[in-house]
Design a protein around this ligand. Structure first.
Ligand code: GLV
Ligand code: MN
Ligand code: MN
Length: 412
C-alpha cells in the first residue's frame, strides 16, 4: 500500500476552515451552534460527502462520516476531533484531527486500500466549554459519562437551554439516544497538536500518548458588600475582589506546592460586579480549571483550595461558594492502539516520543467505551488557545500519514 497525503490540499482546507470564524484573522473564534459554527459544519459536511462518506449526526450534533468497510456490520474504527474553537483561538486545535482524519481516509481510498471494518470520521460537538461551561459535551454523552438529564439542565450565559440551542440549530431527537451502543467502535484514534513544547524541544514530529491527565473545573462565586469607593473606610470593607485576589493566589500556591509540576491550576474568568471605577466590588465570579496526571494529587490540591477559601471567607467576611462542574478521572490509552501507531511510525522510519496529554480531549471519554489512542504533532513554542498557534505543514502531513497507516492496521 502506497500512502500519499495531499499536504497542499490539507493545508488549504485548514486555512479555509479558519476563515469561517467570528474572530479577526489570525484569531479563530467558533463557539458551538453559533451561525459561524453551523456554517463550518455545513462546509465540512460537503468535504466529507465529496469524499464519498455517508454523513449522519445525532441529537447533540456529533457528526459521523463513514467509509463503509467490506464487513459493514463489524464494529467501526473511529478517528476525529472537534472544530469548535474558544474565543481568540488558533487554527489547529481540533481541526488537525478532523481535517487530518478526513485526509487520512482520502489517502487510504487513493491507495486502493479497502477496510474490513468501516472507518468513521467523528466530529465531536462542543469539546470546548465556552458556551455551556463543560468541555467534551458530545463525547460525554456518546460515552454515557454525562446523563441526558444533566445535559438537559445545561444553559448558556443567556439562559438558553441546550434543547433550545440545539433545536435552533435544526437538531431533533432525544439526548438519551446519543449514547453509543456497546462495542460500536473497535478502536478510536485522535490526531491533535500537542499544546505543549515537548515535541518541539525534542525535535520530534510525533508523540504517542500514553495517558490523558485528569481535569476538573469549578464555578466560584464570592459575595461581599459593595459601596462608595470614597465613603467606605478600609476597616469596614468586605471587598469581593480583594477576597478573589487572595483566593486566586491560594489556587496558584496549591498547584505550585503539590509536589509535582504535573499539577496545574488556572483561573481564566473573573467577573466583577458592578464593575464601576468608584464602586467597591460586591460580587465576583471566578472559574477554576485544575488538572493533574495523578488523580489523588489533583484532588489533594482541590482540598487545599477548599481550605484556603474557608479561611479567606472567614478573614474577609465574605461568602465563598463553589459549584463543581466536572471532576474527571485520567485515561490510559489502549495498548493495541498505541502499538498500531508505533508500528506505523516505525514502518515510515519516523521517530516518536511517548507522552502524557496534559490537555483533555474527547478521547478521554471515548476511552471509556472503546480502545482509544492519540497521536500528537508539535506546535510552535507549545502555543495553543491563542491566535499564533501554529503547526508546520510537514508535521501535519506526517501525523496524517501515520494516522492513515494506523487506521489501515486497525480496520483490516
Ligand atoms: C481542551 O481544550 C483543554 O482545555 O484541555
Ligand atoms: Mn482547545
Ligand atoms: Mn482540542
Amino acid at each position: 500500500m502506497k500512502l500519499d497525503v495531499d499536504r497542499k490540499r490539507l493545508v488549504s482546507e485548514i486555512e479555509a476552515l479558519a476563515s469561517i470564524s467570528d474572530g479577526e484573522a489570525p484569531a479563530v473564534t467558533r463557539i458551538v451552534f453559533t451561525p459561524t459554527d453551523l456554517k463550518a459544519r455545513a462546509w465540512l459536511r460537503t468535504r466529507c460527502e465529496e469524499a464519498g462518506l455517508a454523513v449522519r449526526w445525532d441529537a447533540v450534533g456529533n457528526t459521523f462520516a463513514r467509509w463503509a468497510g467490506s464487513d459493514p456490520a463489524a464494529a467501526a474504527v473511529g478517528t476525529g476531533s472537534h472544530i469548535d474553537a474558544i474565543p481568540n483561538a488558533g487554527k489547529y486545535d481540533g481541526v488537525v484531527g478532523v481535517l487530518g482524519g478526513l485526509e487520512a481516509i482520502r489517502a487510504l481510498q487513493r491507495s486502493g486500500f479497502r477496510p474490513k471494518h468501516s472507518i468513521e470520521l467523528l466530529v465531536f460537538t462542543s469539546e470546548e466549554p465556552t458556551r455551556f461551561g463543560i468541555g467534551c459535551l458530545g463525547s460525554r454523552l456518546l460515552s454515557g459519562s454525562l446523563s441526558p438529564e444533566a445535559a438537559g439542565r445545561l444553559a448558556d450565559d443567556e439562559g438558553k437551554s441546550i434543547d433550545e440551542v440545539r433545536g435552533g440549530a435544526g437538531l431533533r431527537g432525544e439526548l438519551a439516544d446519543v449514547k453509543l451502543a456497546d462495542g460500536y467502535y473497535k478502536a478510536f484514534v485522535e490526531l491533535h497538536i500537542e499544546q505543549g513544547p515537548l515535541l518541539e524541544r525534542a525535535q520530534t514530529s510525533l508523540g504517542i500518548v500514553k495517558s490523558i491527565a485528569a481535569p476538573a473545573s469549578l464555578r466560584i462565586s464570592i459575595e461581599g458588600s459593595g459601596g462608595h469607593a470614597g465613603g467606605v473606610l478600609m476597616p469596614d470593607r468586605e471587598d469581593a475582589l480583594c477576597a478573589a485576589a487572595e483566593l486566586i493566589l491560594a489556587i496558584e500556591n496549591a498547584a505550585r506546592s503539590s509536589g509535582a509540576t504535573d499539577t496545574v491550576a488556572t483561573v481564566g474568568v473573573c467577573e466583577v460586579f458592578p464593575g464601576a471605577v468608584n464602586s467597591i466590588p460586591s460580587r465576583v465570579g471566578l472559574t477554576l480549571d485544575i488538572r493533574d496526571t495523578y488523580l489523588a494529587r489533583r484532588d489533594g490540591a482541590m482540598q487545599a483550595i477548599e481550605r484556603a477559601s474557608r479561611d479567606i471567607a472567614a478573614k474577609r467576611q465574605v461568602l465563598i461558594q463553589s459549584e463543581l462542574v466536572n471532576a474527571d478521572a485520567p485515561a490510559d490509552c489502549a495498548l493495541e492502539v498505541r502499538a498500531a501507531l508505533a508500528e506505523s511510525c516505525r514502518e515510515h522510519g519516523l521517530p516518536f516520543l511517548e507522552m502524557v496529554s496534559r490537555a483533555y480531549h474527547d478521547s478521554l471519554f471515548i476511552s471509556r467505551i472503546a480502545p482509544t489512542g492519540m497521536l500528537f504533532i508539535p506546535c510552535r513554542n507549545g502555543y495553543s488557545h491563542r491566535p499564533d498557534e501554529y503547526a508546520r505543514p510537514e508535521d501535519i502531513a506526517r501525523g496524517t500519514l501515520v494516522l492513515a497507516e494506523a487506521l489501515a492496521k486497525l480496520s483490516s
